[in-house]
Design a protein. Structure first.
Length: 287
């Protein structure tokens, strides 16, 4: 049975959950449980989340796959068996119809509903592979997320039921999603760390909340991002913008000053300084 810390999300528990995520991300890469970290994020929405239940489910799913593979199978055969189990027997699928539903970003919901977005379905895939001692890694392609076997250059798309992709497929997919705005580079197909995956998961969720104008939830997610990357000027800038929406000007000034401390030569430095000045004037008129 997998171990899991208790986790809740209330105004009182959020600092503890942020600290828990920070400590998880400070571990050596091989010791980080991607699923456990994703479930800490999910606790931001589900106060009574039983993380152990979902970690046990991943153990159970991996056990079912283990019964279908043998030691003499090559990696492509093992991937085929994982695909058959996850997408044919269990029925997991990419939620293209309601892509921006926040539930697609929470691992507990993905396991319960058997649908999600590329990064959460990839997390399920990676966690099953890890339990099978299959050395897969995440691939943070701009606009999409994949899984890769680093020694055999096998690119897998869990959002498309485990489809095996070529480099050309990835080029075309990027062009379809992003147009010509982001040129393709082969470096995009390199493996990324679990810390990168968690940071990207948080960034996706923040964008969903911002688009839904749920600024307090977006702020909670941003604070989790800052817990694991406290020197991210972009996250401090995002925090300031959310605080302005929430009419918390004093805290926004602090966040913007921190942003300037981290990147004093930022191309937006003059604009940021002007925002700080305007916020101070606004505060002065209120007092």
């Amino acid at each position: 049975m997998s171990e899991s810390p208790a986790m809740t999300d209330t105004p009182e528990s959020r600092p503890q959950n942020r600290d828990l995520l920070r400590r998880m991300m400070q571990q050596p890469e091989e010791q980080i449980s991607l699923a456990a970290a994703a479930l800490v994020i999910a606790a931001s929405e589900y106060p009574d989340l039983d993380a152990a239940k979902y970690l046990d489910r991943l153990d159970w799913m991996a056990g079912n796959v283990a019964e279908r593979i043998t030691s003499d199978m090559d990696p492509l055969e093992i991937v085929a068996r994982i695909n058959q189990y996850l997408f044919e027997e269990e029925g997991f699928f990419g939620n293209s119809e309601d892509y921006y539903d926040p539930r697609n970003s929470f691992l507990n919901e993905v396991l319960d509903r058997k649908t999600g977005i590329p990064i959460t379905l990839s997390t399920v895939y990676l966690e099953i592979a890890a339990r099978l001692k299959l050395p897969l890694v995440g691939v943070g392609l701009p606009g999409h997320f994949l899984v890769k076997h680093p020694y055999f250059d096998i690119l897998i798309d869990p959002f498309s039921k485990g489809r095996i992709l070529s480099e050309q497929d990835c080029r075309e997919q990027m062009k379809q999603l992003l147009g010509e705005s982001v040129p393709f580079h082969r470096s995009y197909l390199g493996g990324v760390s679990k810390r990168h995956i968690i940071a990207r998961m948080l960034n996706n969720l923040r964008s969903i909340y911002v688009n839904a104008r749920q600024f307090q939830k977006a702020l909670n997610v941003t604070d989790m991002a800052l817990a694991i990357q406290p020197d991210s000027a972009l996250d401090w800038k995002q925090r300031a913008a959310l605080l302005i929406h929430l009419r918390r000007q004093g805290e926004a000034i602090v966040a913007l000053n921190r942003c300037l401390e981290l990147e004093p030569e930022d191309e937006d430095a003059k604009d940021i300084q002007k925002v700080i000045t305007d916020l101070r004037k606004s505060l002065a008129q209120m007092n």
